[in-house]
Ligand binder design. Sequence first.
Ligand code: NI
Length: 189
Amino acid sequence: MKLPVYLYGHPVLRRQAEELPQDFPGLKDLVKDMFAAMYESEGVGLAAPQIGKSIRLVVIDADPVAEAFPECAGRKFVLVNPEIEILDGEKVSRAEGCLSLPGVSENVPRVEHIHLRWLDEDMQPHEEEISGFLARIVQHECDHLEGKVFTDHISAIRKQLIRRKLNDIVTGRVAVDYPVRFAPVAKRR
Ligand code: NI
């Protein structure tokens, strides 16, 4: 099944996602479908709210950006109920994009060192210290579980400058080359 990516303006992206129980039905199939949707749209991460499910589940395959960020080489994750602890409060700004905000890229300040705890798709616990761009990807995806998107972290001035772009996504006036679902109120072109 091909899952569409829900776009900015859809209320599911603003919800606090629910924890997954131990016996969540169909988890492995859902994970497989999420990886497929992520690869189809050439993303390096996808959170369940982005496919319309308000649950604490994230998939990541950071390997495509390994040339620029070596810490991402071969790093593939299924994060169930992830928890982030910030290890170093100093923030670094780098450009980010999001499959739910096509055509938008902004510098986002984030910490570079985190301690991550999570369950995998077999509900086995893991923990690891993660740094650099990989830590950024994890923070970006985990933000989706809190109903946040990366533009929530930019200045009011930057947000004003991209207001039209954001509005075009909300109202469905944007061309996207992967399957998407617009906000319910979107006016079609
Ligand atoms: Ni995103």
